[in-house]
Write a protein that binds this ligand. Sequence first.
Ligand SMILES: C[S@@+](CC[C@H](N)C(=O)[O-])C[C@H]1O[C@@H](n2cnc3c(N)ncnc32)[C@H](O)[C@@H]1O
Length: 214
Amino acid sequence: MNKPLTPRLEKLFSELSPVDTFADVGCDHGYIAEKMLETNKCERAIITDISAECLNKAVKLLEKNFSGKFTAIVADGLKGVPKADEALIAGMGGEIICDILKNADHLPEKLVLQPMKNPEKVRQTAIELGYRLTRDYTFKDVKFYDVITAERGEDDYSPDELIFGRDNLRQKGSAFREFIGLKIKKLERAKMKAKAERAEEIVKRIEKYEEILG
Ligand SMILES: C[S@@+](CC[C@H](N)C(=O)[O-])C[C@H]1O[C@@H](n2cnc3c(N)ncnc32)[C@H](O)[C@@H]1O
């Protein structure tokens, strides 16, 4: 019996679609690729990492039960990586994810993206590269994370949707409410110590967050 996935990885796994070829970009441990193969959610997996050492962890994990079902490539993102139907790019900064998408040799039909910061840049880049964002929300596993799923198509996000995520604005889920609530509390503390001009700016930001929460 394998170790269960962490709640964050379980959430990412749940957002992946059944596909023929799945790519885990920046796979590190390789747990998601293992679960995709184990559950027959993909026929084949491509595992990549910019670090040979990290990739090796995933190779060791997969070679026992899935030899012949996966390809391991040391790569900067999707450069030199064969086309996959779906790619997971998770646990990296948003700017790195944007670079990976912009510099890809082949872009997959579907994406699951989980930036550690700058999710707005990831949303914008995915749309500019010809993706429709199908799911886009905040979840909590000790910390708060954004997950963005996309498939080939057109999309048009408003400035607020780019910053906050479309599903967050439409559904205002509990993790998103908690995340924004904490931001408001932090700003309220900063306001008490701020000088007049800065305090005014902070009040505007608090008002914006309150408007977003409705
Ligand atoms: C924090 S780990 C995340 C691992 C896994 N994706 C997850 O979400 O748990 C980030 C991994 O991304 C890899 N990485 C960073 N930049 C990369 C790039 N440009 N291309 C491929 N892998 C990269 C790192 O070597 C590291 O193994």
